[in-house]
Design a protein around this ligand. Structure first.
Ligand code: HEC
Ligand code: HEC
Ligand code: HEC
Ligand code: HEC
Ligand code: HEC
Ligand code: HEC
Ligand code: HEC
Ligand code: HEC
Length: 483
């Protein structure tokens, strides 16, 4: 045993030495290549630690089959009644609009039919999400995976009619059924490209009633961010010279590794496209089809690995109300689908090198890269001060709030909670990702704090906007409130 380990270490060392001094010992490879998607199982053997981190992440668990663990909604004889104001017929008062139940390990949502009041059961094939809300998917004979109209709200601990909430419309039994006829209710044709890995649509009809689709992984897996891996796997499978050489070249020389894309080693636009292809919902309002040819890392004919020329293509329209891609009255991004856009709007991104995975872990995406970097704190201050070194040790001079207290942290004024997420049936505000934004109470005075909120009045909500104008101008000078 000992000698085996010794031989292993010795050969590892000598291979390292050889590869350090010559580049001919490992196979060369081309930067243009064809590869197939092989699925996350195929990466586990060589990348066990990263795979384990990823397995517990919201990305990994986005699309799952229904089980006791994955179902978060109440399927233990759950019921959902129309809200009182929306009950129109006598039956609406005594019968729920839907019943949810489990039978022999299978899960069902039964919708009351508007004509005969019979409950028609739909078997749940997949559950989508679990953190804030959960969507339920049923399989139709034509191959469409159909989104059912009631979703589970985690904060409310109840079902809710998601689309009525988003669109502020009144739910009814007829309307719930109608929601299963819209084009966007065909989950595998409309939603799944952002909830699975490498979704392929082989066939579909314009009405979205027929579909043939498949994917390599349920959920957002390795190849969604790193591109297809078959060549990478082949290159390293059983070839220890290639492995050691790649390890050395990658870790010591920061060179790319064969046949796989790694965001930080790509150009700035390619790097951010890896996340933007799913998080940048508004990219696809103008360039509706670019996602079809996008693949991370690939630069071959007919494909693109860079969406950055589309990042800011959709105009920011003052007061846009379209659900999830709304704008404030002052035209700043507002809806959750605009969070990515708000990041791109930042001077720190345009003129600097900020990246999503500075703050969010790439693999366990629920976790911060450092403790407390996801909130106003000394740690997040240090992040900003890495680049804005001129403000180091000048926090009080710059912010006019006592260092270490609320109102003095960079996020307090520059990343205020101005992104609205309505997805869970309960409104929640998240930090804008325009980290270079500057509080502008004058704009709030013009458009109202509801149309144009500012960080000062968010906290000092008992004070007027003119109070905030006065103090900002006293502290930072007359030019601070641009119009
Ligand atoms: C047979 C072993 C093997 C398999 C299977 C494998 N890899 Fe790798 N991978 C390596 C080695 C060796 C390296 C270079 C050393 C390192 O970075 O750990 C590497 C590096 C990487 C890198 C870093 C690239 C860079 O330029 O920094 C990524 C990303 C990656 N692999 C993704 C994957 C994905 C995704 C899969 C599954 C589709 C996969 N790997 C399967 C051996 C393997
Ligand atoms: C352009 C990519 C994209 C499309 C298309 C898309 N989503 Fe999502 N979805 C996301 C992203 C990104 C998030 C997480 C952050 C957020 O809410 O924006 C998310 C979050 C969710 C969640 C919440 C997950 C949780 O754990 O709480 C559900 C449920 C969901 N989407 C369902 C849908 C349905 C149903 C559709 C189709 C009508 C759809 N999505 C279309 C990208 C997309
Ligand atoms: C949501 C996108 C995403 C997913 C999914 C993802 N990765 Fe990554 N991965 C990244 C990013 C971004 C980086 C670069 C992180 C950094 O440098 O801070 C990275 C880095 C890596 C590296 C290089 C790590 C190093 O220390 O140099 C490897 C290897 C890797 N990923 C493998 C995998 C494997 C295997 C899976 C699936 C189990 C996976 N990734 C899933 C985005 C992703
Ligand atoms: C294939 C689509 C896809 C890609 C690519 C993708 N994401 Fe996501 N991301 C999602 C979806 C869908 C969710 C919602 C998961 C949930 O909430 O259950 C999500 C959620 C998140 C969250 C929220 C976690 C939380 O606290 O709720 C973060 C942060 C995140 N992604 C960061 C990234 C970063 C960084 C990248 C690029 C390295 C990336 N994502 C690439 C689809 C994607
Ligand atoms: C300077 C640090 C920082 C950077 C860089 C950053 N974020 Fe965030 N992000 C945050 C903070 C802080 C929150 C709020 C976390 C909370 O409230 O728990 C957040 C929240 C989110 C959420 C919402 C999770 C939820 O609760 O619904 C998503 C999605 C997200 N970020 C995606 C991204 C993406 C995509 C990028 C790159 C385009 C990015 N972030 C870059 C700090 C950052
Ligand atoms: C990777 C470097 C980097 C990081 C990290 C960074 N920034 Fe920036 N930031 C820049 C650059 C570059 C500019 C543009 C400077 C210029 O135009 O002179 C900028 C501009 C700004 C501006 C000025 C906008 C204006 O109108 O003059 C503010 C405010 C700002 N950043 C705040 C922040 C905050 C707050 C953080 C932390 C959440 C942060 N930055 C993190 C690089 C960075
Ligand atoms: C109490 C609110 C507040 C806090 C907290 C705050 N800032 Fe500012 N910051 C402002 C205002 C207001 C301006 C605009 C000043 C102007 O236009 O002259 C500004 C301007 C800036 C600028 C651009 C001009 C310059 O001075 O370089 C940068 C960069 C900046 N802040 C970074 C930071 C960083 C980094 C932190 C955390 C250490 C921080 N700010 C904390 C309110 C704040
Ligand atoms: C994250 C919350 C937060 C933000 C954002 C914030 N402050 Fe404050 N501010 C505080 C707190 C907390 C105090 C301390 C109150 C105390 O000690 O009585 C304070 C104190 C003050 C005071 C002195 C006490 C008073 O009420 O007369 C002024 C003036 C003030 N802030 C103005 C501003 C202005 C102007 C902005 C925007 C540039 C701003 N603040 C942004 C939280 C905040």
């Amino acid at each position: 045993m000992r000698t085996k380990i010794f031989i292993a270490i010795f050969s590892l060392l000598s291979i390292t030495v050889i590869t350090l001094f010559s580049s001919t010992t490992y196979e060369s490879y081309s930067s243009l290549y064809d590869a197939e998607y092989t699925g996350s199982e195929s990466c586990k053997g060589c990348h066990p630690i990263i795979s384990a981190e990823w397995e517990n992440s919201p990305h990994a668990k986005m699309t799952r089959e229904p089980t006791q663990e994955s179902v978060v909604g109440n399927f233990n004889n759950g019921e959902w009644f129309l809200p009182e104001y929306a009950r129109k017929t006598p039956v609406d008062f005594v019968e729920p609009a839907a019943k949810m139940f489990e039978k022999n390990g299978e899960y069902f949502m039964a919708l009351r039919h508007p004509l005969n009041n019979q409950f028609i059961p739909f078997k749940i094939e997949f559950v989508i999400g679990y953190q804030y809300r959960q969507t339920y998917i049923t399989r139709e004979a034509g191959g469409v995976l159909r989104r059912l109209p009631l979703q589970w709200s985690v904060p409310r601990q109840d079902f809710f009619p998601y689309w009525n909430y988003q669109e502020k419309s009144e739910p009814s039994v007829q309307d719930l059924w109608a929601q299963m006829q819209t084009l966007n209710s065909a989950w595998n044709l409309f939603c799944a490209r952002c909830h699975t890995t490498h979704l392929t649509v082989e066939e579909k009809n314009p009405q979205h009633t027929q579909a043939k689709t498949h994917w390599v992984d349920e959920g957002i897996a390795c190849e969604a961010c790193h591109g297809p891996g078959s060549q990478h796997n082949n290159y390293f499978e059983g070839n220890y010279v290639n492995r050691v050489a790649a390890f050395v070249n990658s870790k010591l020389r920061d060179q790319p590794v064969a046949y796989i894309a790694n965001a930080p080693k790509l150009t700035k636009g390619q790097d951010l496209s890896v996340c933007g292809r799913c998080h940048g919902a508004d990219i696809f309002t103008t360039s509706t089809d670019v996602y079809r040819i996008y693949e991370p890392g690939y630069s071959r004919k007919g494909r693109t690995n860079d969406l950055s020329k589309h990042f800011r293509e959709a105009p920011l329209q003052a007061g846009r109300t379209q659900a999830t891609i709304e704008c404030w009255e002052d035209s700043r991004p507002k809806g959750i689908g605009m969070l990515f856009r708000s990041f791109v709007e930042s001077d720190c991104y345009q003129k600097g090198e900020v990246r999503c995975y500075d703050c969010h872990q790439a693999h366990d995406n629920k976790k911060p890269t450092k403790e407390n970097i996801l909130k106003p704190s000394e740690v997040s201050n240090d992040y900003c001060l890495n680049c804005h070194t001129n403000l180091k040790n000048k926090i009080e001079e710059h912010s006019f709030h006592r260092a270490g207290t609320s109102g003095s942290f960079c996020y307090d004024c520059h990343m205020p909670n101005h992104i609205l997420s309505m997805v869970s049936g309960v409104d929640k505000l998240l930090p804008t990702h325009t980290m270079s934004s500057i509080p502008n109470p004058k704009m709030s005075e013009k458009l109202g704090v509801k149309g144009s909120p500012n960080a000062c009045n968010d906290c000092h909500y008992k004070e007027s906007t003119s109070w905030a104008i006065e103090w900002t101008e006293k502290w930072w000078g007359k030019t601070v409130n641009s119009e």
